[in-house]
Ligand binder design. Structure first.
Ligand code: 5GP
Ligand code: ZN
Length: 117
């Protein structure tokens, strides 16, 4: 039986709502486990958020079983960057309030200052 991703997700999490298409977002990439969309308040000409569909609160909440998923998250960033012809980019993960994390659903920021398409 196909796993129901919704059952894993947190009802009041805005990124889970984006995963479930219950909240709008400009989605740029999606596969079975990962979704990427434009940051609503971009800090660079290209600012994307790449997230696991599974609700994981932060890097501090990762478990051993998530290690493949984290690799896939970075490979999704590489794929998106190649598709956009980015010559260089920055990947950032904020962890916890003192680390600048505001949304408690693990996300990888992809920031690029150009060129891209
Ligand atoms: P954090 O500070 O947690 O690492 O980053 C959260 C990011 O999510 C911020 O850059 C913020 O602009 C973005 N963000 C917050 N709410 C929404 C939303 O509803 N939609 C989108 N697309 N981005 C959001
Ligand atoms: Zn979530």
């Amino acid at each position: 039986m196909k796993k129901n991703l919704k059952s894993k997700n947190m009802p009041n999490c805005v990124f889970c709502k984006i995963v479930n298409k219950e909240a709008p977002a400009e989605i740029v990439y999606e596969n079975g486990k990962i979704i990427a969309f434009k940051d609503i308040h971009p800090q660079a000409p290209i600012h994307l958020l790449i997230i696991p569909k599974k609700h994981i609160a932060s890097v501090d909440h990762l478990e051993l079983e998530d290690k493949e998923l984290m690799g896939e998250l970075i490979l999704a960033a590489q794929k998106i960057a190649r598709e956009k012809n980015l010559k260089g980019y920055k990947l950032q993960i904020n962890v916890g309030r003192p680390g600048g994390q505001v949304i408690d659903h693990l996300h990888l920021h992809l920031l690029a200052y150009g060129p891209g398409n």
